[in-house]
Design a protein around this ligand. Sequence first.
Ligand code: SF4
Length: 182
Amino acid sequence: MLSAQTTDVNVNKVTPALFEKYRGPEDYLAAPLEELERDIYATGFFRQKAKAIRGTMRTLLEEFDGEVPRRLEDLVRLPGVARKTANVVAAELGNAQGIVVDTHVRRLSQRLGLTRKDDPVKIERDLQRVVPRPDWARFPHLLIWHGRRICDARRPLCAECVLENLCPSSRLGASYDRAVNP
Ligand code: SF4
């Protein structure tokens, strides 16, 4: 929820003190709203985020005995939690029910020819058809790391890529050469 529209660096600036200070859902509701806003200020959009956090904490207490639910359909009912976040949380709780599609997963899936879609929900559907279910939780991590280390958005290192012989977007292939040097 904190990571919307910001960087991991900014999120990591606030979480150590935040998690130390607020130990459970009750603590987020006990603090004045302005105090919570101040505590998450560095992540940007702090007003909406503080409101969503408090809404989620209230729902957790009122409907889920103060525990984070494990089912996707319950997670998406929490304020500020959409399908991507719900998929992340379910996977981290060991109960993946879908595949996380963020900007990196989208780019890599398209490059590797696993989907032709642009919409995250449709991309997820395509991925669910080709990725074995036991791998749903770790698959996005593999793509994200591959994107960071090898398949950079602007300069993919195709010559070093273990998937090069399978990848329809390889820049080493004749088809790519023809496309960039017609
Ligand atoms: S071959 Fe190139 S474009 Fe394809 S996945 Fe590897 S680095 Fe990315």
